[in-house]
Design a protein around this ligand. Sequence first.
Ligand code: NAD
Ligand code: WQD
Length: 338
Amino acid sequence: MTGGTGYIGSHTVVELQQAGYSVVIIDNLSNSNIEVLDGIERITGIRPDFVKADCTDMAAVEKLFVEYPGIKGIINFAASKAVGESMQKPLLYYRNNLNTLMNLLDAMPRHGVKGIVFSSSCTVYGEPDENPVTEQAPIKKATSPYGNTKQISEEIITDVINSGAPIKSVILRYFNPVGAHPSAEIGELPNGVPQNLVPFLTQTAAGIRPMLSVFGDDYNTPDGSCIRDYINVVDLAKAHVIAVERMLEDKSEAPIEIFNLGTGTGLSVLELIAAFERATGVKVPHKIAARRPGDIEKVWANPKYANEVLGWRAETPIDDTMRSAWAWQQHLGALRKA
Ligand code: NAD
Ligand code: WQD
């Protein structure tokens, strides 16, 4: 697994290990911390193998496959993911996200690796014409280099498989992953001032930030704030276990499959704040602020295809997800004081 010490990767390692898979992580720790392995071990009792290396380094990728000849499938989480930063440093994003993917696709057939699960994003739909969004919705021109790397990555995978490469791929388009493992042993690591809603919200609830700004209340939505599909990260992780099994056991005819991973329910920013306050009993100081440039007004998933074909469903109620995000925030606070 690439990027396995990151936010979604670490939760997926836990689910894979609990399903009986052996996992080897390759991560350069550019946006994660080696202590994540301790959290995984505390939850599962198993410490995954870990290789600190950069996936843009082809020699390091080759070496990994030589050292671990048993690798049959890859989940590629490794990528740079900050939308704003990608506007400032586009080459970093194109280089990191695309070279990582191309190196893996190049090496896979040589080492008998059957398939790759790829982390894509609902960002490929831009501002959709209709909600909920199905996988057939048109891909809109990307509004950031980050978003463009996801569109190009999907095309690279398609071109390589259409050229006859003996591999399969499952492309998963995540909506908005939030929350943490219910044990509070792993979660999303904040990096500077959070740009995403839930880490900013939990830091505000913890008193680290004085006030959460709600970016706009004049959108064409029932309460005027933007709508998203917030999916619990453990639910999301479980879909990867099913996708890996599907590839490795040849359960699909098609060499490439694409699935939306969302709940099917849209929540506004104000509804999400209310859910957090209801679930935790903690108030979140917030104010209405100007719209954030580039924001999508509303997007939520039609997850029917994943529900039917993968037999997977996002099950965790939003209140439980908010409680898990809060428990993780408190765990981080306790670490800081220790
Ligand atoms: P994350 O930053 O927590 O995890 C990514 C991991 O990849 C980090 O541990 C980082 O150190 C590692 N990494 C980055 N570049 C690397 C490289 N060249 N070589 C080795 N390791 C490298 O991010 P995340 O939220 O867990 O996201 C995982 C994937 O899901 C990414 O591809 C991201 O674009 C995608 N995604 C995330 C979201 C989201 O909101 N979190 C939504 C849609 C898609
Ligand atoms: C959610 C909502 C904000 C912060 C981004 C990427 C996307 C995907 C997920 C990877 C929006 C509002 C936020 C704040 C707020 N990543 N908000 N106050 O914008 O849906 O998506 O992350 O692929 O590509 O663009 O997520 O968490 O930033 O925002 O009001 O302080 O919360 O306006 O409506 P977003 P987000």
